[in-house]
Design a protein around this ligand. Structure first.
Ligand SMILES: NC(=O)c1ccc[n+]([C@@H]2O[C@H](COP(=O)([O-])OP(=O)(O)OC[C@H]3O[C@@H](n4cnc5c(N)ncnc54)[C@H](OP(=O)(O)O)[C@@H]3O)[C@@H](O)[C@H]2O)c1
Length: 253
């Protein structure tokens, strides 16, 4: 058997059935990555894989049906995926949930569900991924957080807290693994036109999922530590995080 001199790069995207994750899958496919795409909705995952594979001369994207709340099943699935891919260069945790919210709504079940999908699910995947990459002394981990995780707002405390937890977890992981040649990139998008945006209380200048994927790829490629998508949100966040709490409380942001 003839082996290529440069085997294709490999990537896993968790939360790849729709929106930003599906757009990232198309972007990485165009860059030549071999892909493992993970999510719950098998039909949508198969559609994304079929679309990618019809443009390739061999199978480039494979679907894996999985619920990130199946914490116990995660290590075995990671092992299966890495065996199928043959290596692991890039791992993207993109799965996310956001329920409709507003300032008068109190729903602990929904807040806990968001914390589990957006933060606990990330820990269940990223802990064994980091362990594997540290042993290999190479690799890149990407977590899709949100500008919404930079402050606690009256409209969405549960979603805000879940993304803040993810950001802090990614920072700790970065401080743990960077000395072993592993990069951890935190992506903080502003609003993006996806199914999730239908649950937003206010919509402010969203960008398309394709544009978001282009900007995220650019941050991945340049091995950024933290990237706001688009970059203007970095300036907005700098201002917002410096507003004292007693003032922020009075603003309808
Ligand atoms: N849209 C925005 O304005 C915006 C802004 C900032 C950050 N983000 C973040 O960007 C990421 C992608 O969101 P999106 O906007 O593209 O929304 P989306 O279209 O609703 O995509 C969410 C993805 O997460 C997956 N997912 C959700 N729960 C899951 C579970 N329990 N197990 C496995 N996969 C699960 C979904 O797949 P299945 O349902 O098929 O499982 C889907 O692929 C999220 O982390 C979100 O918080 C979005």
């Amino acid at each position: 058997m003839i082996r290529p001199l440069h085997p294709p790069k490999t990537a896993v995207i968790v939360g790849a059935s729709t929106g930003i994750g599906a757009a990232l899958a198309r972007k990485l496919a165009a860059q030549g990555y071999q892909l493992a795409l993970v999510a719950r909705r098998a039909d949508l995952l198969h559609d994304v894989c079929a679309e990618i594979n019809q443009h390739a001369n061999q199978t480039q994207a494979r679907p894996y049906t999985h619920d990130v709340l199946d914490f116990a099943g995660t290590p075995a699935l990671l092992q299966q995926i890495t065996a199928d891919l043959g290596s692991l260069d890039l791992f993207i945790y993109n799965a996310g949930a956001m329920f409709p919210s507003h300032a008068e709504k109190y729903n602990a079940d929904e807040d806990i569900a968001m914390l589990q999908v957006n933060a606990a699910g990330a820990m269940a995947w990223l802990s064994p991924v980091a362990d594997r990459m540290v042993r290999a002394k190479r690799g890149q981990i990407v977590g899709i957080g949100s500008i919404a995780g930079d402050r606690g707002r009256r409209g969405a405390p549960g979603y805000n807290a879940s993304k803040a937890a993810l950001h802090t977890y990614l920072e700790g992981l970065r401080n743990r693994v960077s000395r072993f040649g592993v990069t951890v990139t935190t992506i903080k998008p502003g609003q993006v036109e996806t199914d999730m945006l239908k649950n937003a209380e206010q919509v402010r200048g969203p960008i398309s999922a394709t544009r978001a994927a282009d900007l995220i790829w650019s941050a991945i490629h340049s091995r950024k530590q933290i990237a706001y998508i688009p970059g203007k949100w970095g300036i907005i966040s700098l201002v917002l995080t410096h507003i004292p709490s007693f003032v922020f409380r009075r603003l309808n942001l």
